[in-house]
Ligand binder design. Structure first.
Ligand code: SF4
Length: 284
């Protein structure tokens, strides 16, 4: 994995990551904001707070530069994921424009199936994205109850699991070819139980989807622990037995970008950590 740092006119720094893979796929992971306002509790970028939305040009240029700098070394860049710094759909105008330039004949000419925009669950913006863009959508789910999601992803207090998944179910009916990718970062003792696996199966029922189980990559100051690899495999097997399509990124895949929130420097100012529900205090 290679990191490129871009210095913007106002001296803020954004990070872009290029991820070559053995299967001939090379992915560029672009940032959409400097920092992020969503304050997901397991996330490094989220600790920074939001500093700035990136312009359409600043987003597209990350992919253009990555192509110029690395195509000789790794071959053509085949995929783009909006999983760098920021909540892409919090900057929805510029992200929709940037993703359309990436797939345009006159633009970067990626296939829409190779451009994926990730979100923590901004429901009105998800509707807009699904109606205005033909690129793929990934949703960071990471919990199977509102109690846990309210804590680790505070956006859930505005758009809870039922609203989020109900919207996806509804909207994807109108786009029968679309498949949503659910990202699920596995946090020991928080969202990795047998009951979580059962609830997850029920929650995504009726939504054309794939699940991506991601081993948590602990960062400095993080209060969570990663689920052991063997337990991730057991969790995956339960989901597969229920008929779901599941991918796994184990801890040795630390060099692969699988969800937003692993980039950035927290700096002096940090958003507050939220109160840990009593029954989960023992897991931390
Ligand atoms: S996980 Fe993504 S949406 Fe949540 S705070 Fe981090 S960058 Fe923002």
């Amino acid at each position: 994995m290679l990191q490129i740092l871009f210095s913007l006119e106002d001296a803020s720094v954004i990070e872009t990551v290029v991820i070559p893979s053995a299967r001939g796929r090379t992915t560029v992971c672009v940032s959409s904001q400097v920092g992020c306002a969503m304050n997901c509790q397991f996330c490094f970028t989220g600790r920074m707070g939001l500093r700035k939305h990136l312009s359409t040009a600043e987003i597209v240029e990350q992919a253009v530069f990555a192509r110029k700098l690395f195509s000789d070394e790794f071959g053509t860049i085949t995929n783009v994921v909006f999983m760098g710094m920021g909540e892409p759909l919090h900057n929805v105008d510029n992200v929709i424009k940037a993703s359309s330039i990436m797939v345009d004949e006159q633009g970067l000419q990626f296939s829409p199936r190779k451009v994926t925009v990730s979100t923590s669950g901004l429901v009105p913006e998800i509707k807009r994205f699904l109606n205005e863009s033909n690129c793929d959508l990934a949703v960071s789910l990471n919990a199977t109850t509102d109690e846990v999601r309210d804590w680790i992803m505070p956006i859930n207090r505005r758009y809870n699991l039922s609203t989020l998944l109900g919207t996806l179910r509804e909207e994807l009916r109108l786009r029968p070819k679309s498949i949503v990718l659910f990202e699920y970062v596995m946090l020991a003792g928080v969202n990795d139980s047998v009951d979580d696996a059962k609830r997850l199966t029920e929650l995504v029922r009726g939504i054309a989807c794939k699940i991506n189980l991601i081993s948590f990559n602990p960062h400095s100051g993080s209060q969570f622990k990663p689920t052991p690899d063997e337990k991730i495999i057991e969790f995956r097997n339960m989901l597969i037995q229920s008929g779901l399509t599941v991918m796994v990124r184990l801890s040795r895949g630390d060099d692969q970008m699988a969800a937003c929130g692993q980039l950035g420097a927290a700096g002096d100012y940090q958003l507050p950590l939220l109160r840990v529900p009593e029954k989960f205090q023992v897991a931390l």
